[in-house]
Write a protein that binds this ligand. Sequence first.
Ligand code: CO
Length: 220
Amino acid sequence: MFDGGHIQMMDSFYEIFQRNKDWAARMLKERPDFFENLAGGQHPEYLWIGCSDSRVPANQIIDLPPGDVFVHRNVANIVVPSDLNCLSVLQYAIEVLKVKHVIVCGHYGCGGIEAALSGKKFGMIDNWLRHIRSIIRVYETAIDKVETEQDRLDLLCELNVIEQVRNVCATTVAQDAWDAGQDFSVHGIIYSVRNGLLKDLIHVKRDGQVEQGPDYPNIG
Ligand code: CO
C-alpha cells in the first residue's frame, strides 16, 4: 500500500514526536516546575512580529523560553490594517496581555523583499507583496542611489521594518491604547542570517516620539 518514499516521508514526520519527548524531558530536568508554571497562564512582555522564514525563529534568536514572547509571523513581516489576523494578535497582545514592547523584526536576505524588488511575477503572493512595492515607490530615490543589488536589498529590508513600525503605530489598537494611557513602545529591529546578530533601527514611545536607533539607515 505504501511505497518506500511514503514510509520515508512519514519517518521525517514522526521524528517530531521523538524530538518533542526529548525536549520536554530536558526542560523538566532543568526546571521541574517549568510546564506547571506555564500552565497557569502567559505573561509575555514582548509581542514579536516577524517573517515566516525558517531561519528567523523568534524565541531562539533572542534566547527566550516558551511563555516570554507572543508571536505573529507572515511573509516579509508586513502589518496592514486590512489583515484581521495580524490586528487580532496586536489587539490581544496590547489589550489583554499588556505587553511592554511590540517588536517588528525583519531580516536580511528576505525572500519576500527580494521577490518584490525583482519585479518578477510569482502568482498569488504578488498581491501580498504589493505592500512592499509601495514602499519601493516611496523610497525610490534613496534606493536608486545605492550601487549594488545586495545593498539595495539590504536597504529595502531595513526600510520595510521602519514602515511596518509606522503601520503598527497607526493602528486603532495602538492609538487607542496610547490614548488611554497604556505604556508600551514599538521597536524596529533587523536580523542578519549571515551572522546571527540583530541591529537596532527605530523606536516609537508612548507619546508618539520617534527615536532612530544606532543602525538606522543613512538615506540622506
Ligand atoms: Co523573510
